[in-house]
Design a protein around this ligand. Structure first.
Ligand code: BES
Ligand code: MN
Ligand code: ZN
Length: 464
């Protein structure tokens, strides 16, 4: 058994029900430059963490990272349960610690044969004291993040568009949202030319997925619509990507779709009183013999013509069809999530996602605040009209390639053309998939977007 005692002042330990001997051990070690002390005895690990300060964004992140650290020690010592005792910090801080502990315990090991030596042993988390009543909801949210990470981490030979749809259907069944899956002939009959053009070089059919959660007690009269990029693998198509540090990471190109499914799962499981719809255009992008050629002019779902100058700018093509389709819902707000541009990744690194859109300032501020709170930070990039000039067509209405400078913005301006409602666009190219561990975000899919949007929706459901 492992126990973690949390305080923001070492003297808080006095109040704890632990042996005097241990109290004096901790007292002796404690100091201003020390934040954590651990003691390993026959009973397991006893660990004390002391981080002073108010529950602001940076302080909460320190607690998450501390939670991740103890999870690491627990697994090294083959502990199976972690008992967290709040000895005087705020509920938010204790829950942040628990969140870091649970999220850091994620491991994608379903394809590892030798599970006994490599698997995490830690299974069970408890929390007592302030914050304990929030543990159940926290675990549920972390489960949604785990599911999102799992989807991102599955390679395309295990998860093509149709298999992705099956996963959505299973998530819907488990949590209580409906899933309608359109096959290729339905997509053809709907003339979703963007999705079909990206799918043209593939051996496997695309799908279009409509998920819906509409509780009787919904507070919104018009739905909130989520759209997720579901490119199950992006080779670049005929504009082929190089392998190292590029194509080798492109199983992550459906991370936007995994995030929206994870959000729907969390919303439905916790029965938030919100009417939600999620749309996912899913396909791989490959250079097969019928592949779309650079220079091809295609007709989108809404009749717009697009000159495809680079088949690697495929995300905007599949998203545009979904965004145009979303108009029929007369939505209150549309939010799309996409690993859309290397430009967004170069601008912000893995430290935050790019936010763009035409929703009003109040909504943008709400979402940025939610981002700071859960530490899935957002940096807004401007949608200046000049970026739209870059993506206007010469022999067609639009072209799918802007300038390489400001590439995240011209991609967003391409998308904006297909909207007629309040809209936010999240470019998660830099944040959705990590090539190394970052504290409680292990290498691979991060699940970015789930905690962010759930926090935002929770506030909205509370009428704020
Ligand atoms: N899926 C990529 C973007 C990406 C890059 C995601 C790195 C995750 C990590 C997207 O489809 C793409 O290839 N974008 C191109 C667009 C360009 C050709 C206009 C890019 O950003 O290089
Ligand atoms: Mn691409
Ligand atoms: Zn892509």
């Amino acid at each position: 058994m492992a126990t973690a005692i949390l305080c923001n002042n070492w003297s808080d330990l006095d109040t704890m029900q632990i042996p005097e001997e241990l109290k004096s051990y901790f007292k002796q070690k404690a100091g201003s430059e020390v934040s954590s002390i651990s003691y390993q005895g026959s009973f397991g690990i006893l660990y004390a963490e002391c981080i002073s300060g108010e529950s602001n964004s940076t302080n909460l992140e320190k607690w998450r990272k501390a939670g991740n650290k103890i999870t690491g020690s627990c697994n090294q010592l083959k502990e199976i349960a972690l008992d967290i005792q709040n000895a005087g910090i705020s509920a938010a801080q204790a829950l942040a610690f628990a969140e870091g502990a649970v999220l850091g315990n994620y491991k994608f090991d379903k394809y590892v044969k030798d599970k006994t030596s490599k698997a995490n042993t830690l299974k069970d988390f408890n929390l007592s004291g302030d914050g304990s009543d929030g543990l159940k909801d926290l675990k549920l949210l972390c489960e949604a993040v785990y599911k999102t990470r799992d989807l991102v981490n599955e390679p395309v030979n295990q998860l093509n568009a149709e298999q992705l749809s099956e996963k959505f259907t299973a998530m819907g069944k488990e949590s209580g949202f409906s899933v309608e899956v359109w096959n290729k002939s339905k997509i053809e009959s709907q003339k979703m030319g963007g999705i079909l053009a990206v799918n043209a070089g593939s051996q496997q059919p695309p799908t279009f997925n409509i998920m819906e959660y509409k509780p009787a007690h919904a507070k919104n009269e018009k739905p909130i619509v989520l759209v997720g990029k579901g490119v199950v693998f992006d080779t670049g198509g005929l504009s082929l990507k190089p392998t190292p540090q590029s194509m080798d990471q492109m199983k992550c190109d459906m991370a936007g779709s995994a995030a929206v499914a994870g959000i729907m799962y969390a919303v439905a499981k916790s029965a938030l009183p919100l009417w939600m719809i999620a749309l996912v255009p899913a396909t791989d992008n490959r250079p097969g013999e019928n592949a779309t050629c650079p220079g091809d002019i295609i007709t989108m779902y809404d009749g717009t013509t697009v000159e495809v100058l680079n088949t690697d700018a495929e995300g905007r093509l599949v998203l545009a069809d979904a965004l145009a389709f979303a108009k029929k819902y007369e939505p209150e707000l549309v939010m799309d999530f996409a690993t859309l541009t290397g430009a967004a990744m170069r601008a912000l690194g893995a430290y935050g996602s790019a936010l763009m859109g035409n929703a009003d300032e109040a909504i943008k501020n709400e979402i940025k605040e939610a981002g700071d709170k859960v530490y899935e930070r957002l940096a807004e990039l401007p949608l200046w009209e000049e970026y739209f000039e870059d993506t206007k067509g010469e022999i067609s209405d639009l072209k799918n390639l802007g300038k390489s400078e400001g590439g995240a913005q011209s991609a967003a301006m391409f998308l904006r053309y297909f909207t007629d409602y309040p809209w936010l666009h999240f470019d998660i190219a830099g944040t959705a998939f990590l090539t190394g561990n970052d504290a409680y975000r292990p290498k691979g899919g991060t699940g970015v977007g789930v905690r962010l949007i759930f926090e935002f929706l929770k506030q909205r459901a509370n009428g704020q």
